[in-house]
Design a protein around this ligand. Structure first.
Ligand code: SAH
Ligand code: DHB
Ligand code: MG
Length: 197
């Protein structure tokens, strides 16, 4: 996993991947859930993607959505180097469009969804995740505490995450909570939700 970071760094990608202990947490969540199909929104260099791919059941798939073709290219290299290329598909484009395509094509529901892309559209991603889910599907939202600035009214990203948290809280089909985390990049958190009937 250090090599994945080194490759992303050398390609000039921003260091905004999940922390190592939280990547492992994502792997464990996939394992606890017995997930076969995982949807990720926001691939970057594939760091969290690879952790998730290591947590899925044999024969499963991680579908990861990424806007920037350069990020996707770097991610595909790392995914191949990690030996999980056969269980990962990186799709390039604006996630809102890719999610609409997935919904229209009637794909098999996902067991776990990790939302970690632009913060303005989290509400859209939460709705799409529920549409692409089944009862029991787990939704994980990154950056729920945003370095402690989640309540800062001047911070656009914080406002985006906050409205996403509110959308999760108000959603009639979601049971959810938020957990604070600490790690090598400081203070943040995850929101965890489960899709009900
Ligand atoms: N999940 C990754 C980090 C993702 S960083 C990890 O932990 O390793 C956020 C990513 O979302 C960036 O690569 C950015 O290009 C991508 N992104 C931003 N806006 C997007 C959009 N509208 N659709 C899809 N991806 C987007
Ligand atoms: C940052 C961290 C993230 O996990 C993310 O998704 C976007 C930005 C950051 O620290 O800037
Ligand atoms: Mg994040």
């Amino acid at each position: 996993m250090r090599g994945v970071i080194e490759r992303a760094d050398a390609a000039g990608l921003p260091r905004i991947e999940v922390m190592p202990n939280h990547g492992k947490f994502l792997q464990l969540l996939a394992q606890l859930k017995g997930a076969r199909r995982v949807l990720e929104i926001g691939t970057l260099g594939g760091y969290s993607t690879i952790w998730l791919a290591r947590g899925i059941e044999a024969g499963g798939k991680v579908v990861s959505l990424e806007l920037d073709p350069r990020h996707a290219e770097v991610a595909r290299e790392s995914i191949a180097a990690a030996g999980v290329a056969n269980r990962v598909e990186v799709c390039v484009g604006p996630a809102s469009e890719l999610l609409a395509e997935l919904t229209e094509s009637g794909v098999e529901p996902f067991d776990l969804v990790f939302i970690d892309a632009d913060k303005e559209n989290i509400g859209v991603y939460v709705d799409a995740a529920v549409t692409l889910a089944r009862p029991g599907t787990v939704i994980v939202l990154d950056n729920a505490v945003w370095h402690g600035a989640i309540l800062d009214p001047q911070d656009d990203a914080a406002r985006g995450v906050r409205s996403g948290l509110e959308a999760i809280g108000a959603h009639p089909r979601l049971q959810a909570t938020a957990l604070q985390t600490v790690g090598s990049k400081g203070w943040d958190g995850f929101a965890l939700a489960v899709v009900t009937e």
